[in-house]
Design a protein around this ligand. Sequence first.
Ligand SMILES: *[C@@H]1O[C@H](CO)[C@@H](O)[C@H](O)[C@H]1NC(C)=O
Ligand SMILES: *[C@@H]1O[C@H](CO)[C@@H](O)[C@H](O)[C@H]1NC(C)=O
Length: 328
Amino acid sequence: MTGIFTGFFIGLVVISLVSNARRNGTILLPGSSRNFEQWLNLENLRILAKPSSSSVPIAQYLYDRVQISCVVLSSKQRQARAVIGTWGRHCNSLSFVADFEDKYVPVDLKASLQDPHILCLTLHKFAEKRFVADKNQWLLLADDMTFAVVENLRYLVAPLNTSENYYLGHAVTRRTLRGSELIVNVLSGGIVLSQGAVLALLLALSPDCNERKEEEHFDVTIAQLLMGTDATLLDTRDSSGSTRFLARPVEKLLIEKSVSPYDKFVEESIFAPKLGKRCCSANAITFHGVDALDMHFFEYLVNRVQIGKSSNSSPPLRSEDIPPVILE
Ligand SMILES: *[C@@H]1O[C@H](CO)[C@@H](O)[C@H](O)[C@H]1NC(C)=O
Ligand SMILES: *[C@@H]1O[C@H](CO)[C@@H](O)[C@H](O)[C@H]1NC(C)=O
């Protein structure tokens, strides 16, 4: 497990703020940490080996500079509460689309997930309440079985210009009800939209949500609407080809044979995911299929356990070998 979590230690790196940060408009694509480092350069920031009196933790800098608005589509109070108590705390804002009432859950839009206008209603609500033009703001849409590492999302999108039309996540091919093929970022992997993409969707949807019925699933509708725009879809795997948006439970991806032969996960993915011990990125952003109790467990492992306290490199391993897992 340690390998998966070493990437989260970016939070321990310390950067120094140089005043009068200037940006020169270079657009950098994700895929390697080099892009992130270039972005730091553009921001006039330096990574320090040791904190100084004028330095801020990189996670704090990113929290202020790259704002993530999380919108969770929920059908279970238990899951929604777990999101609030765990990863949801790392978002700059958190709201829920749900048809239940719970005193602990801020339901911004009370609607059933089967509502035929759900995407339209969600985006209008979001735009009305949370959209702040000219902020480096990104929207993360997730279901309530997803655990997200919001810090790693900031790291991925920081070098990108949110005014452009970015549509990020785990991309698969899907056939629509009318039979055409589409590239869809699946909701189970979490869907990340730039401000440009949210605006493009709002333009494609009518101001009155009742005008147009959404026939497809939430995630397919997003893909359908963005297809007619200049949306950019990126290979969101990391530089070693491991998946960042895990649309399947991580325990299944880690053990190659545990993905059902009937599951088209690998074949339908646009950017071939690996299975087995190299499946999952050290900079993973989403984990799907996480039960409420496990969310607390994940939160503890991802955000509290420290491996080799003052270092930000991978901990040494006695052996690289992993014995095969015996399946029942
Ligand atoms: C932006 O700044 C970086 C670093 O200062 C430099 O390498 C790059 O060439 C600049 N890009 C443009 C388009 O000026
Ligand atoms: C971001 O993109 C918008 C729209 O393409 C452009 O007007 C703006 O100058 C870009 N900003 C930066 C910092 O590159």
